[in-house]
Design a protein around this ligand. Structure first.
Ligand code: FMN
Length: 170
């Protein structure tokens, strides 16, 4: 089986921990994990199935490694690729920018040809707005809130990984 490429960026380690959990749940031998801090080129184009993970900082800004990589990412061709996204944020502290990062990155990947999977219900979250929304009831990907709902993370990640495994067809 062709491997999945998982690309994450993390300022304080929360997204990194989730990236490793997602990899472990899918299968350590099935996923190549990259810290976006370490990539400079078109590494994501080597994969047809991708998982992208990032946190949001400073009122809706991309996590710093993704922010640095953004101009390169902007020009990647996602034609024929399937992409799932997970994001971390703080729904109470940054209620109008909750998990904006995956909205920005996911919608750009979609514009550049990706099929997006792993959409996630907004049920159980309290936020005023988010660029991660694709409609009133649905986020583009899994949103996690380690600042306020840490106790829900494990269950959410397990359910989401089962969902994307089906959607990836693995
Ligand atoms: C200064 C600061 C700004 C933040 N801005 C946002 C934001 O705009 N939107 C959001 O959803 N979360 C925001 N957060 C919350 C972080 O995204 C959250 O703590 C996340 O778990 C950090 O993950 P990381 O360690 O992988 O970078 C902010 C946190 C801090 C400390």
């Amino acid at each position: 089986m062709e491997k999945i490429g998982l690309f994450f960026g993390s300022d304080t380690g929360c997204t990194e921990a989730i990236a490793r959990l997602v990899r472990d749940l899918i299968g350590i031998d099935k996923v190549d994990v990259y810290d976006v801090y370490d990539i400079k080129g078109d590494e994501p184009e080597q994969y047809t199935q991708l998982i992208l993970g990032l946190s949001t900082w400073h009122d809706g800004q991309l996590q710093s490694s993704w922010d640095d990589y953004y101009s390169k990412f902007h020009d990647l061709d996602f034609t024929g690729k399937t992409v799932a996204l997970f994001g971390l944020g703080d729904q109470y502290g940054y209620s109008t920018y909750f998990c904006d990062g995956i909205g920005v990155i996911g919608k750009l990947a979609e514009k550049n040809g990706a099929k997006i999977i792993g959409n996630w219900s907004t049920e159980g979250y309290e936020h005023d707005d988010s660029k991660a929304l694709i409609n009133d009831d649905t986020f583009i990907g899994l949103c996690l809130d380690e600042d306020n709902q840490e106790e829900l993370t494990d269950e959410r990640v397990h359910a989401w990984v089962e969902q994307i495994k089906k959607e990836f067809g693995i």
